[in-house]
Design a binder for this molecule. Structure first.
Ligand code: CP
Length: 306
């Protein structure tokens, strides 16, 4: 029996394979009918201590399409954190005003901490370089939609595999679905060992590359990522790798017919705009899928869908 009611979502590893598939199934229902008025008695809080366009606005959109109310802030500068209030006090206060808290914070582990002190469930909307589980669910939804399955996918993850939290969550999730991982990064931005352990423990294969061209003919999914400049301790190190990979349309000849390009966005330079009109570019539809996934999560955690 799958029951996500009143459970925080902090890491994608908090959900089993069956629970992940249940969220995707509920999201499909919202894709068919996005305006189900099931949230009219609920208030959702959205606390963003770090910049966001897609995650924050797709959560807001999800709540509003469902007839709910949303409160919160888009920057720590407009909250009492600016006056020195602790995260614990902020969460305890906002839990008085809402049924569910969505939080993004630059500190790794902050979402887990918030869930330990909060009387209402927390959804992690990204904590530092650690986890981005709701992005992961929409990435999985996008893979399933474009490939017809989540099983046995060859995925190329390209760019900042060290600081990219969306990559960490996605590798952990796809380790449940017999994926083969093609990891393309500069030496300084390789996937952390702790994340590779999930692949090894699942008995799956990963291959490491520095040349993006090598993976283009073999990938079902090319998952491009931005180099996360804000996480580098040394700005000079960022300058060395910031343009390590730039995908251009001419490079896609020879890619599989089913191949699709994903990117959690925002992009900086890593996908040339000439790729946007290629039918294999899927990143803006991917962002749209985020609304259905976030509707599904909110509904499941509030016990309104199961
Ligand atoms: N993908 C993602 O997290 O985008 P935002 O930073 O714009 O929310």
């Amino acid at each position: 029996m799958i029951n996500l009611k009143n459970r925080s979502l902090i890491s994608i590893t908090d959900y089993s394979k069956e629970e992940i598939l249940k969220v995707l199934e509920i999201a499909e229902d919202f894709e068919k009918d996005q305006r189900q008025q099931i949230l009219t008695k609920n208030v959702i809080a959205s606390l963003f201590f770090e910049p966001s366009t897609r995650t924050r606005l797709s959560f807001e959109s999800a709540v509003q399409y469902l007839g709910g109310s949303i409160i919160g802030f888009a920057s720590a500068d407009t909250s009492s954190v600016k006056k020195g209030e602790s995260l614990k006090d902020t969460i305890l206060t906002v839990s008085n005003y809402s049924d569910l808290i969505v939080m993004r914070n630059p500190l790794d582990g902050s979402a887990r901490f918030a869930s330990e002190v909060s009387p209402v469930p927390i959804i992690n909307a990204g904590d530092g370089a650690n986890q981005h589980p709701t992005q992961c669910l929409l990435d999985l939804y996008s893979i399933k939609k474009t490939q017809g399955t989540l099983e046995d996918i060859h995925i190329a993850l390209v760019g900042d595999l060290k600081y990219g939290r969306t990559v960490h969550s996605l590798v952990q999730a796809l380790s449940l679905f017999n994926a083969t991982f093609h990891l393309v990064s500069p030496d300084s931005l390789k996937l952390p060992s702790a994340v590779k352990t999930y692949i090894k423990n699942a008995g799956l294969e990963y291959h490491q590359y520095t040349d993006l061209n090598e993976v283009i003919p073999i990938a079902d999914i090319i998952y491009m990522t931005r180099v996360q400049g804000e996480r580098f301790p040394d700005p000079l190190e960022y300058e060395k790798v910031k343009n390590a990979y730039i995908l251009e349309n001419s490079m896609l000849e020879g890619s599989k017919p089913n191949m699709r390009i994903l990117h959690p966005l925002p992009r900086v330079n890593e996908i040339n705009e000439d790729v946007d009109s290629n039918p294999k570019a899927y990143y803006f539809q991917q962002a749209k899928n985020g609304v259905y996934i976030r509707q599904a999560l909110i509904a499941a955690i509030l016990g309104l869908k199961s």
